[in-house]
Design a protein around this ligand. Structure first.
Ligand code: SIN
Length: 298
């Protein structure tokens, strides 16, 4: 369970008629019938929390909630992290990062390419994210899917030589690793100020982490934020990381989320990496993300 000190107090409510339906392939479950306009009882919260641990991606369907309700629900799971790109935080709700390709008056209204490389949110922090909640506001008619790769499965299926090569090792993570590379047309990334750069210093984390709530081991590297394996020559480090990335995102490891109106997706950054598949740049896509702080990886 999240530690008591970080969890917002629950407003007690009656139990709701929610149904948790696992999706095909062991990653992902839908939660049907949750009304976030009502207080969530401890029993319902415990079921959702359990589903999040078991399936790593929980999809709440058919929501109609305000930014404050998204924030309050997210806070049930822990402290919220404020993204370094202040330009893209929702006005009066800095806990929400706007993920969007929409340009208004020549300016991006959100981070257009938040997920263009596989990554685990905020792995570049000493305390990376426990999980993120992404709530659909405007969806494109084509594309815009989010892909998830199961890093427990990736760890369990590691070839012996690769497992030995990373045994006990750490890797460095940096927000700026691929900051200036753009994949989707029309994206805009602000130059980081010295204050922003100071918030995203390079950190080292174990390459294999243990999930603090389930005890399962998972690979914890990604092409988006991992720069090198600590203590190895550059070439060797790069070769091992390339193999780990390819191994992590084999098709049998992937769950693809195709967004529907009213979806809010809550994933576990300790168990998965994710990628935004992109959509045609003339189609509007906008989502609101809250990011919940996790523990120091071990
Ligand atoms: C993210 O990486 O948080 C955004 C994912 C998406 O836009 O689908």
């Amino acid at each position: 369970m999240p530690s008591a000190s970080v969890v917002a107090p629950a407003l007690q409510g009656a139990q709701q008629a929610i149904e948790i339906r696992p999706l095909a392939g062991n990653v992902g479950a839908e939660v049907i019938g949750l009304d976030l306009n009502l207080p969530i009882s401890d029993q319902d919260f415990a079921r959702i929390h359990r589903a999040h641990l078991d399936y790593h991606v929980v999809v709440f369907r058919g929501l109609h909630i305000t930014p404050q309700q998204q924030i309050d629900f997210s806070r049930r799971f822990g402290v919220l992290q404020i993204h370094v790109l202040k330009q893209f935080l929702l006005a009066n709700h800095p806990e929400i990062l706007i993920v969007s390709n929409i340009i208004e008056n020549g300016q991006s209204i959100g981070l257009g390419d938040a997920g263009k490389f596989w990554h685990s949110d905020l792995s570049y922090k000493e305390l990376p994210s426990l999980g993120s909640m992404l709530y659909a506001q405007e969806l494109p008619a084509e594309g815009g899917d989010t892909l998830f790769a199961d890093m427990h499965k990736a760890y369990d299926g590691l070839p012996e030589a690769l497992r030995k090569a990373i045994d006990g090792r750490k890797a460095s993570h940096s927000y700026t690793a691929r900051y200036s590379e753009t994949k989707f047309e029309g994206n805009w990334r602000p130059t980081l100020t010295p204050e922003q750069l100071a918030q995203v210093q390079v950190v080292d984390h174990p390459i294999v982490r243990t999930h603090p709530e389930t005890g399962r081991k998972a690979l914890f590297v990604s092409e988006g934020f991992t720069t090198n394996i600590v203590g190895l020559p550059v070439d060797e480090s790069q070769q091992i990381l390339t193999e780990l990335y390819a191994h992590s995102v084999r098709p049998e490891n992937i769950h693809r989320h195709q967004w529907q109106d009213g979806d809010m997706v809550f994933w576990d950054n300790r168990s998965l990496i994710h990628l935004a598949a992109g959509c045609p740049s003339h189609m509007r896509r906008k989502l609101f993300r809250t990011t919940i702080q996790g523990d120091a990886p071990f």
